[in-house]
Design a protein around this ligand. Structure first.
Ligand SMILES: [Zn+2]
Length: 89
């Protein structure tokens, strides 16, 4: 994973996904800032886009389910639901 100011790109071969994470265009009316993820499912090669709060990514758990093959892909787990230690891919 490489990370610069507002964009994270990651390839997780063991999680069967690749994704690009970007800041959403500014101007949220709710005060929360969001990430937009462009996501390719490595199981069925489906491409999809999702949005979630930065708070969820950095402090919570983010799971994306592929529309096509119903696989659940773990994007971040800061609460240790799936691992003994917090991870953030
Ligand atoms: Zn899929």
């Amino acid at each position: 994973m490489k990370e610069n100011n507002d964009k994270i790109e990651s390839e997780m071969s063991d999680n069967h996904i690749s994704f690009t994470l970007s800041d959403e265009i500014k101007g949220s009316i709710h005060g929360d800032s969001f990430y937009v993820i462009m996501f390719t499912c490595g199981v069925c090669d489906n491409k999809l886009a999702r949005k979630f709060t930065k708070k969820a990514y950095h402090e919570g758990v983010v799971i994306i389910r592929c529309d096509s093959c119903d696989n659940n892909h773990l994007i971040s787990d800061n609460l240790g639901w799936f691992e003994d230690k917090p991870i953030n891919i």
